[in-house]
Design a protein around this ligand. Structure first.
Ligand code: NAD
Length: 257
């Protein structure tokens, strides 16, 4: 049987990198992406470790033409895309009065609009082959708000709405689309936030972790990259065929409140 192919945006760091390893381990060929300058090297190491083909694109998710080119390169190289994981994301934390407009635009661009570009580009191929899995890495902040995160919370609520629309449009063609909503995962994105939150709230960093971040989670642990990756692999599998249009929390009970 022909190998399955996954495109994972923002996969040269953090959660995306974990997902890339999980899918490579399961035998998927990959298109990895991200802004890390050693992205191609990271991709080559994964290819070698898991004996799969891994391409890397440095496409900037803010630019539609680069995103479309990345999808076209993938289809040309592998002949198809089975799984699209929209994971690239950025954060900025500041009170609304000080929130820079360019940060707002970049966050909406990377976290939400880029998923529109990728999904639009993969959709007709998936429709034609009557199979597709689209996974959007949203956030617990797609389901609930926190102060000082106006753009991030708006983008993550938006991606959940977008996922529902694509689930409906994909339903007749074997295409599922879901949003995954993790609580805090200790990645570079969160390490930066700990610093920013400390500044915004004027408290030390260890207090940010205990009093602000894990405060909202009844289970007081960071979510592991491996747990998010395993959930993605499950949703991409044949057992995920009737799970669609869902916003799935993996947040230690945060959104049960
Ligand atoms: P990270 O900073 O470790 O990784 C983000 C990735 O996105 C990097 O590879 C980066 O290069 C890429 N990226 C950023 N801007 C890009 C652009 N313009 N074009 C292409 N790639 C770009 O962050 P992470 O924590 O692994 O976050 C991954 C996703 O998970 C994000 O969507 C984030 O919102 C979401 N998320 C993270 C957490 C968490 O606690 N870490 C929780 C919930 C959701």
């Amino acid at each position: 049987m022909k190998k399955k192919v996954a495109v994972i945006t923002g996969s040269s760091s953090g959660i995306g990198l974990g997902i890339a390893k999980e899918f490579a381990k399961a035998g998927y060929d990959l298109m990895m992406n991200g802004l890390e300058t050693n992205g191609a090297e990271i991709a080559a190491n994964i290819a070698q470790e898991f004996k799969v083909t891994v391409l890397f694109s440095g496409a900037n998710m803010l630019h539609a033409e680069q995103v479309i080119q990345m999808i076209q390169e993938t289809e040309t190289a592998f002949g198809k895309i089975d799984v699209l994981i929209n994971n690239a994301g950025i954060q900025y934390v500041a009170p609304i009065e000080n929130f820079p407009a360019e940060k707002w635009n970049d966050i909406i661009g990377v976290n939400l609009t880029s998923a529109f570009y990728t999904t639009k580009a993969v959709f007709s191929g998936m429709k034609h082959r009557k199979f597709g899995r689209i996974l959007n890495i949203a956030s617990a902040h797609g389901l609930a708000a926190s102060e000082y995160k106006s753009a991030y919370v708006a983008s993550k609520h938006g991606i959940i709405g977008f996922s529902k629309v694509i689930a409906l449009e994909g339903a007749p063609y074997g295409i599922t689309c879901n949003a995954i909503c993790p609580g805090y995962v200790r990645t570079p994105l969160v390490e930066n936030q700990i610093k920013d939150q400390a500044k915004s709230h004027e408290i030390p960093e260890d207090e940010v972790i205990q009093k602000i971040m894990l405060h909202k989670q009844p289970i007081k642990d960071f979510i592991s990259i491996e747990s998010v990756s395993a959930l993605c692999l499950f949703l991409a599998s044949e057992h995920g065929n009737l799970i669609t249009g869902a916003a799935i929390p993996i947040d230690g009970g945060w959104n049960a409140q």
